[in-house]
Ligand binder design. Structure first.
Ligand SMILES: NC(=O)C[C@H](N)C(=O)O
Length: 529
């Protein structure tokens, strides 16, 4: 903003009003609603400027951005400018005499007149009268170019990749989604919480935890290593899910949610797996059936997709996916996904029914669908496509022995050949599982039984209902005395779910791999910067 032009220093009240106006202009709501909020003398985002189509030319317009490309004419240069606020660039016309330093990648501030453009690709353009190169760039070595660059190549430089128009769009999609979800949960009176990242237990009991170790540095005596369990006096881990801590918080303040990074040391080198990702988790207390938890999951996703669908970010997403070589799934496929998410009444079938359906089509699968075994991705894919008819599908009541220890055992079902738990996986076409949830075992003896069965607590002394906080095994990764304690004092029936936030975004955006929906992806074998 040009303070002198506004007389800001001399007029503090006017200054704060102007600042408030500019920050309103830059706000999420503005970008979403696309309200026009342009005034002279202030530097607008490029997205705002592009929406401003005055009949008269406007002078003293200031814009900040990065040079995407430069086209030389005789007396002028056409400079294409981006600032991450929109997919489309702003076109500026700069006199050759002033074009010094206007190189691809440079950070610049241009001041000039905003005028109707004779070109087809934009309604208006900036005729620059002043050029300031605030951060020069060497275009010969700048790795991001306007031409097509493969996702694999861009992934080798995660620190520069966010400057590509597509990555800018995906960052805005993420930000808009978080704002919308925050609003959704607030409207449902959920408390947003921050459970810990460093934990003393493996929530899922699947052994996929990263163990935390302090850096080893020579101590005064010159001897090196600090044992990995010395800092916290016992082994600690990066969280795989915040669920268990959320349960403690739900017992205090009712319904809670969080969007938190979680870490999984899975050696899965696939387009769906990351070692660090964000999980959206919610926990409801005083809830006694799984239907309520599924309703929440479904309502949340429908509300999210319906709200986002109206935004300029999503319009840009569809326009980008319609381009050849866009790096996204084709536009009609992406639209189908959104339509599915926005529809009401998603199908819910039990695992037992799912196995029956799959067995009728057994010839389609490499791995035979068998009751008691986990669903393979080919099975999930079939269910997502054939049961859902485009909508996401809930598969409920999986066998007890293939699910986590904390799930509530279901009332026996005469249709089912074995014991099941009150749980669900939510499957979407193409990507398959994006969320999972369950009712939690809230009864002390039953929880202890389940832990025993799953081998979660190993020492014999702790198996007789005598688990006391702080006295569990430190080696088994199952330091869960505190979790058992929650059942001793006022534990109501409760349940919740966890949703892979990056998976969801990649599904909504039509991005082919979760590695491209995350700015700095970490996966098996890779953690670049
Ligand atoms: N909060 C949840 O229910 C998520 C669950 N703990 C999981 O990791 O799948």
């Amino acid at each position: 903003m040009r303070r002198a032009a506004l007389g800001l220093a001399a007029w503090p009240a006017r200054r704060s009003a102007a600042i408030a106006r500019v920050s309103r202009c830059n706000s999420y709501a503005n970008r979403v609603i696309g309200r026009r909020c342009i005034s002279h003398h202030t530097n607008q985002s490029i997205a705002q400027l592009l929406q401003w189509k005055p009949a008269e030319k406007a002078d003293d317009v200031v814009v900040n951005g990065y040079v995407r490309s430069v086209r030389s004419m005789k007396a002028h240069r056409f400079v294409s400018l981006g600032d991450g606020s929109s997919l489309a660039p702003l076109q500026a016309l700069v006199h050759t005499d002033q074009a010094q330093g206007l190189a691809v990648g440079a950070a610049v501030r241009l001041t000039g007149s905003w005028v109707a453009s004779p070109g087809n690709s934009q309604s208006h353009e900036l005729h620059a009268s002043k050029v300031e190169v605030l951060g020069p760039s060497d275009p010969k070595t700048f790795p991001i170019q306007k031409k097509y660059q493969t996702p694999e190549y861009l992934r080798t430089m995660p620190h520069l990749r966010p400057r590509t128009p597509l990555q800018g769009l995906l960052l805005r999609l993420r930000s808009d989604a978080i704002a919308t979800l925050t609003h959704f949960f607030a409207s449902q009176r959920f408390t947003q919480t921050h459970p810990p990242i460093i934990t003393s237990s493996d929530c899922e009991g699947a052994g996929e935890v990263f163990t935390l170790a302090p850096a080893t540095k020579p101590d005064r005596s010159g001897s090196k290593s600090v044992p990995e369990d010395s800092f916290f006096r016992s082994k600690k881990y990066l969280t795989v899910s915040t669920q268990l801590h959320l349960e403690a918080l739900a017992q205090a303040v009712g319904n809670v949610w969080t969007l938190s990074p979680v870490f999984r040391a899975e050696q899965s080198d696939t387009s769906r797996h990351l070692s660090e990702f964000y999980m959206l988790e919610a926990e409801m207390s005083f809830v006694d059936n799984l239907e309520t938890v599924m309703d929440l999951t479904e309502n949340m996703l429908r509300s999210l997709s319906t709200s986002l669908f109206a935004t300029t970010t999503i319009q840009e997403l569809f326009s980008r996916s319609a381009q050849i070589g866009s790096g996204l799934a084709p536009a009609d496929e992406v639209k189908r996904r959104w339509e599915g998410l926005m529809q009401p009444s998603w199908p819910r079938i039990t695992y037992t029914e799912a196995i029956r359906l799959l067995q009728q089509k057994a010839e389609l699968f490499t791995l035979k669908p068998t009751w008691g075994a986990g669903l393979q991705s080919e099975h999930e894919k079939f269910l997502a496509e054939h049961v859902g008819g485009g909508k996401p599908v809930f598969v409920t009541n999986y066998p007890r022995d293939i699910k986590a220890f904390y799930m509530l055992e279901a009332q026996s079902d005469p249709q089912s050949p074995g014991a099941t738990v009150e749980c669900f996986d939510l499957l979407v076409p193409e990507l398959c599982e994006i969320a999972g949830g369950s009712m939690r075992e809230h009864r002390l003896p039953h929880l202890l039984d389940a832990m025993r069965r799953h081998g979660v607590v190993t020492p014999a002394s702790q198996m007789a209902g005598e688990i006391i906080a702080g006295q569990d095994s430190h080696d088994s990764g199952s330091n869960l005395g505190w979790y058992v304690d929650l059942r001793r004092w006022g534990c109501p029936p409760h349940g919740g779910f966890g949703l892979g936030f990056d998976r969801l975004l990649s599904y909504m955006a039509g991005v082919q791999t979760v590695r491209d929906i995350v700015a700095f992806p970490r996966w098996y074998g890779r953690c670049d910067c």
